[in-house]
Write a protein that binds this ligand. Sequence first.
Ligand code: HEC
Length: 176
Amino acid sequence: MLDTMTLTKGVAALCGALLIFLLGSWAGEELYHVGYDSHGYDDHHDQAYKIDTGEEDAGGEEVEETEDVAAILAAGDPAKGEKVFGKCKSCHKLEDGANGTGPYLYAVVDRAIGSVEDYNYSSAMASFGGDWTPENLYGFLEKPKSYMPGTSMAFAGLAKPTDRADLIAFLETVDD
Ligand code: HEC
C-alpha cells in the first residue's frame, strides 16, 4: 500500500514537473517572439550593430579587411609556400620564359597581368589590367574563376588564407 502511494506521488510529481517545464518553454517562446517582433527585423539589428561599431562610415569594413590581408601576407612563410607550389607545378614552371599549360611564374609578383608575350591567354586575363600585386594574387588564388570570370586556369583555388600568403611569399623569392 505504502509503496504504491509513494510511487503514485512520485509519478504525479514527475508529471507536474514536466507540465511546468512544458508551460515554461511555451511561455518562453511566446515571450521571445513578442520581444523579437517588437524589435523589428534583422536589418534593424544590423543597423544597430553598425552604429555601435561606427562601421556605417563609408569603406569602414573594407579598411578592416585590407589590414587583415596585409597582416596575413606579412606572415607568409616562403618555405611552406614552396610546398604549396606543388599544387601549381603541373601547369606552371618557375624558370624565366618556360611556359607550360599556364604561363611561367618567374618573377610573377608585381608583373603586369597577362603580359607574357608568347603565351596565349584567355581574353579575360589578357584584358584584365593591373599588376599581380600580392593582394591581387591573394584574391585570384582563393577562387580564380570567381575573381576573374572567363579565365582558362582550371584550378579550384586555395581556400586557406595562410596557404595563399605562404605561396605568395615563396613566389616573391623567385626572381633571380
Ligand atoms: C590546371 C592547370 C593550372 C594549375 C593547376 C594552376 N594554374 Fe595558374 N594558370 C593556368 C592557366 C591555363 C593560366 C592562364 C589563364 C588565362 O589565360 O585565363 C594560368 C594563369 C596564372 C596566373 C597569371 C599569370 C600571368 O601571366 O598573368 C597566375 C599568377 C597563376 N596562374 C598562378 C597559379 C598558382 C600560384 C597556382 C597554384 C596554386 C596555379 N596557377 C595553378 C593553369 C593552371
